[in-house]
Design a binder for this molecule. Structure first.
Ligand code: E4P
Length: 217
C-alpha cells in the first residue's frame, strides 16, 4: 500500500520525504486554508521535491469552472493530480481530464455506487472518506472492502485511495482491505513506528550494553 501524506504544510512533507516514507501528497481546500499559504505556490513548492502524485483540488462546483481550474492546476507540474468532487459535474470533468491524459482524484466518496461511477468515468484515484463515515456511526472500512470487491469484479484500474484516515488502526485495516493507497496525516504516519515493547526492549538493551563496558567503534 502506498502512503500519501494528507497535508499542505511543506515542512511536514519534507520531513517524511527525508525518511523515504512518502509516495505522494493530497491537499484539499481546508488544508490549504489551515496552511495560510497561497494555493498554487504551495503546490509548486511541493511538486519541486516530491516525484509522486500531488492532488490539488478545484474550488468550482460547475463543470466549466472545474475544467478551467483543473487545466490551470495541471500546468503547475506534471505530477499534479486534479482533485474533483463526486458529483455529476465532477464526474463529467473527470471524464474530460481522463480523455486528455490528466490524472484525477475523485473525492468526497461515501458510497460504493459513487465509487462505481468514478471508475466508469475513468478516475485515476477514488477517495472514500473512512473517518467521516465513522463519525456518523457508519463503518468506513466496510466501504473500502465493498469498493475493492466491485473494482476487482470488473477489473477497474481506478486506485482506491483510503482518505479521512485518523488512526493507526485505520491504516492497518485499510491495508488489510486492499486499499491501493492511504492518505494519512503526518503525525499518524510517524506514529506507526511506535510500540511500547520496542521502547522497553531498547531501554533494556541500552542498560545491558552499558554493563559490558564495550564500544563498537
Ligand atoms: C484527502 O484527500 C481528504 O481530503 C482528507 O483525507 C479528509 O480528511 P478529514 O476527513 O480528516 O478532513
Amino acid at each position: 500500500m502506498k502512503f500519501f501524506v494528507d497535508t499542505a504544510v511543506v515542512s511536514e512533507i519534507r520531513d517524511l520525504h527525508e525518511y523515504g516514507l512518502l509516495d505522494g501528497v493530497t491537499t484539499n481546500p481546508s488544508l490549504i486554508a489551515k496552511s495560510g499559504r497561497d494555493f498554487k505556490e504551495v503546490i509548486a513548492e511541493i511538486c519541486a521535491f516530491v516525484d509522486g502524485p500531488v492532488s490539488a483540488e478545484v474550488a468550482s462546483i460547475d463543470y466549466d469552472g472545474m475544467v478551467a481550474e483543473g487545466e490551470h492546476l495541471a500546468k503547475i507540474a506534471p505530477n499534479v493530480v486534479v482533485k474533483l468532487p463526486l458529483t455529476l459535474a465532477g464526474l463529467k470533468a473527470c471524464r474530460h481530464f481522463t480523455l486528455n491524459g490528466i490524472k484525477t482524484n475523485v473525492t468526497l466518496c461515501f458510497s460504493a455506487n459513487q465509487a462505481l461511477l468514478a471508475a466508469k468515468a475513468g478516475a485515476t484515484y477514488i477517495s472514500p472518506f473512512i473517518g467521516r463515515l465513522d463519525d456518523i456511526n457508519i463503518d468506513g472500512m466496510e466501504l473500502i472492502r465493498d469498493i475493492r470487491q466491485i473494482y476487482d469484479n470488473y477489473a477497474f484500474e481506478t486506485q482506491i485511495l483510503a482518505a479521512s484516515i485518523r488512526t493507526a488502526n485505520h491504516v492497518r485495516e485499510a491495508a488489510l482491505a486492499g486499499a491501493d493507497v492511504a492518505t494519512i496525516p503526518a503525525g499518524v504516519i510517524k506514529g506507526l513506528a511506535n510500540h511500547v515493547l520496542t521502547d522497553k526492549g531498547l531501554d533494556q538493551f541500552a542498560k545491558d550494553w552499558a554493563a559490558t563496558g564495550q564500544s563498537i567503534l
